[in-house]
Design a protein around this ligand. Structure first.
Ligand SMILES: Cc1ncc(COP(=O)(O)O)c(C=O)c1O
Length: 392
């Protein structure tokens, strides 16, 4: 009887996913701060700025009115229309509002997309290094993530050749790319993206484009997969460019044949996305000036780091194209980036994320710095890291 009760409490095999190590770094940093220590936070991929004023005012007005009921499962029609208009304005691409689905952050978008696109056992290619929840949510849903190693030789993205080779080894049903990407901060040129989409579609491989860091492109303009295909499934969010992480609101552009499936899933899994957040999101587009100022702040941070880190001793890092990440090679200083990150936090007071979160193969050689904080923080970090590395 007791045994039965015990076994009933065991978590399912599918819930056996790896933890997110960045959370452990945050906890260690919080312990140092609780004891009065100073920490420069570069571990979390989160904007320091608030949501645009237009969004906060729209939410405040809606709260005052008080009518916060459910919305349609696919989202408030005005928000879907506003997002569709954004594709015309930002990319010159026509996207029908009917194909736009509002989601609870892009995180919920991934779950809806994976459920609508794949069967259990389906194989989905993802870049390594890459954003860990891609792998972990695919695994939890019974699909198989297939890491494809990216490097300087592949321009830090999945190439047509690498996709074709993985597909030949064992057929793939999907491929997921992000540009700008996390943790690398690298981007794909429009042509490379178009070629990869065409190569995937030729082989019947479904294409998912994570465009959450769109708007935060510095090296060249990020292009949307919507420009190249109506069959690609696009995922985006208000979390990063619009500084709305905690509002939990994002969107997808869904191929028309999948719309009803996505609608049925959303109806059953969450009914609808938080209404207040949808109202705020629709107004966020009117706060672009404010967001562009925030973006210029990241550009300045990027300049401070790309000029300062080499002088501090960290001269090897990936192209710092977009998002707000700099992925640095620390193998000259330590064979283990987890140990390097722990010591950098304890001894220099700079929190960053070890690459093992993102890359089981080569992550021990890299550390990810987020430059979403203030310019003063970036200067302090460069100075602290320089002093620490010089001490040896
Ligand atoms: C590449 C990438 N995709 C998706 C997400 C999820 O973001 P959200 O659920 O807040 O939209 C993140 C968050 O850091 C990310 O880095």
């Amino acid at each position: 009887m007791l045994d039965k009760a015990r076994s009933a409490l065991l978590p399912s095999a599918r819930s056996e996913v790896a933890p997110f190590i960045v959370m452990d770094v945050m906890a260690a940093a919080a312990r140092i701060e609780a004891q009065g220590g100073r920490v420069v936070h570069m571990e979390v991929g989160q904007p320091a700025a608030p949501a645009p004023r237009t969004a906060r005012e729209a939410a405040a007005a809606a709260l005052a009115r008080g009518d916060i009921g459910y919305t349609q499962a696919l989202g408030i029609p005005a928000l879907r229309a506003r997002i569709a208009r954004h594709y015309r304005e930002a990319h010159g691409v026509g996207v029908e509002a009917e194909r736009v689905v509002v989601t609870t952050g892009s995180s919920a978008g991934f779950i809806l997309a994976f459920l609508a696109l794949f069967e259990p056992g389906d194989r989905v290619a993802v870049a390594s290094p890459g954003y860990p929840p891609y792998r972990h949510s695919l695994t939890a849903l019974g699909c198989e993530p297939v890491p494809i190693e990216i490097s300087a030789a592949t321009n830090w993205s999945i190439t047509v050749e690498a996709l074709a080779a993985a597909h030949r080894r064992k057929p793939l049903q999907g491929v997921l790319v992000a540009s700008p990407a996390n943790p690398t901060g690298t981007m794909m040129r429009a042509e490379a993206l178009a070629q990869l989409i065409a190569a995937a579609e030729d082989r019947g491989i479904r294409f998912i484009s994570d465009e959450i860091y769109h708007g935060l492109d510095y090296a060249f303009a990020a292009e949307t997969a919507a420009k190249f295909s109506e069959r690609a499934l696009i995922i985006n969010s208000f979390s990063k460019y619009f500084c709305m992480t905690g509002w939990r609101v994002g969107w997808m552009v869904v191929p028309a044949p999948l719309l009803r499936a996505v609608e049925r899933l959303q109806q059953n899994l969450s009914i609808s996305v938080p209404t207040l957040s949808q109202i705020a999101a629709a107004a966020a587009f009117e706060g672009r000036d404010e967001m562009e100022a925030v973006k210029h702040g990241y550009e300045e941070n990027r300049r401070i780091l790309t000029e300062g880190l080499p002088q501090a001793g960290l001269e090897k890092f990936l192209p710092v194209d977009g998002a707000f990440y700099l992925y640095a090679d620390v193998s000259r200083f330590s064979p283990d980036s987890l140990d390097f990150a722990r010591r950098m936090l304890d001894e220099a007071g700079v929190a960053a994320t070890p690459g093992i979160d993102f890359d089981p193969l080569h992550g021990k050689e890299f550390v990810r710095f987020s430059y979403a904080g203030s310019a003063a923080d970036m200067r302090e970090a460069v100075e602290r890291i320089g002093n620490w590395l010089r001490k040896g």
